[in-house]
Design a protein around this ligand. Structure first.
Ligand SMILES: Nc1nc(=O)c2c([nH]1)NC[C@@H]1CN(c3ccc(C(=O)N[C@@H](CCC(=O)O)C(=O)O)cc3)CN21
Ligand SMILES: O=c1ccn([C@H]2C[C@H](O)[C@@H](COP(=O)(O)O)O2)c(=O)[nH]1
Length: 264
């Protein structure tokens, strides 16, 4: 994960001071890309402990089409608490757009089921896309999607994925986002009988919050460990049938957790 650490250095060196919606203040750069060859290990930050349980349950929650935090709470995941209303609802965020995009004539489109079918039946297609950026519904979401579009690509028996984020909390959010989409790429590859290829991450406003500076410096003083490997213990019948226990991360060596406040 040296490229992740280099991105942090890049922001410290080239970032511009910029105010933001949360009132925290950031150092920010615009337009960056990171590439990860999934054959070389699972891209998980090792210079601090990443709470994998939250990453896995959040992804399973998206795939359920769920937009209420009760599933997360039942599984000890608190990362969405601050944005939910009193009933635990977040509005039509990721899960709703991925699994049940509402059309103007009242139909619902399951983008995940469709993209798996299109990868299986028409691997050369250049339209393997899932979008969470539903312009008509942005206003009713508690937070407009940050990771808002992803595309799959098949070549040489390998499945690659490219994600675009409009806004990136590089210290707290990005390690989660990279791990989440790398995991999704492994799952989709398994379902489509392909090997995982590359995960490519692209970010628009890529920032470090002003109250994460000490944490970033601590991380930059640490030497990264080799990457862990992901083992998926069985092949479920569909992309919607994975459970938490299916995923085993082998050889995850990490430096101690670094706490940081989340900007709301
Ligand atoms: N400012 C901000 N940054 C984000 O990364 C973010 C948002 N807002 N809003 C929506 C979601 C929620 N996400 C979050 C929220 C909190 C953590 C966080 O506090 N992580 C800690 C503890 C992890 C845990 O206990 O599970 C960490 O050390 O990584 C991570 C991602 C990602 N998103
Ligand atoms: O998956 C996520 C979700 C959110 N973020 C970060 C990016 C920003 O710091 C905030 C969102 O604030 P906006 O004002 O809506 O841009 O959350 C993330 O990094 N990853």
């Amino acid at each position: 994960m040296r490229n992740y650490l280099e991105l942090l250095e890049d922001i410290l060196e080239n970032g511009v001071k910029k105010e933001d919606r949360t009132g925290t203040g950031t150092l920010s750069v615009f337009g960056r890309q990171l590439r990860f060859d999934l054959a070389k290990g699972f891209p998980l930050v090792t210079t601090k402990r990443v709470h994998l349980k939250s990453v896995i349950h959040e992804l399973l929650w998206f795939l359920r089409g769920d937009t209420n935090i009760s599933y997360l709470k039942e599984n000890g995941v608190t990362i969405w608490d601050e944005w939910a209303d009193e009933q635990g609802n977040l509005g039509p965020v990721y899960g709703s757009q991925w699994r049940s995009w509402e059309t103007t004539d009242g139909q619902h489109i399951d983008q995940i089921a469709n993209v798996i079918e299109s990868i299986k039946n028409n691997p050369d297609s250049r339209r393997h896309i899932v979008s969470a950026w539903n312009v008509a519904q942005i206003e009713s979401m508690k937070l407009p999607p940050c990771h808002f579009v992803f595309q799959f690509y098949v070549a040489g028996g390998k499945l690659s994925c490219m994600l675009t984020m409009r806004s990136v909390d590089t210290f707290l959010g990005l390690p989660f986002n990279i791990a989440s989409y790398a995991l999704l790429t492994h799952m989709v590859a398994q379902q489509c009988n392909l090997e995982p290829g590359e995960f490519i991450w692209s970010g628009g406003d890529v920032h470090i919050y002003s109250n994460h500076m000490q944490q970033v410096h601590t991380q930059l003083e640490r030497e990264p460990y080799p990457l862990p490997q992901l083992k998926i213990m069985r092949k479920p019948d569909s992309i919607f049938d994975y459970t938490y226990e299916d995923f085993v991360f082998e050889n995850y060596e990490y430096h101690p957790r670094i706490k940081a406040p989340v900007a709301i």
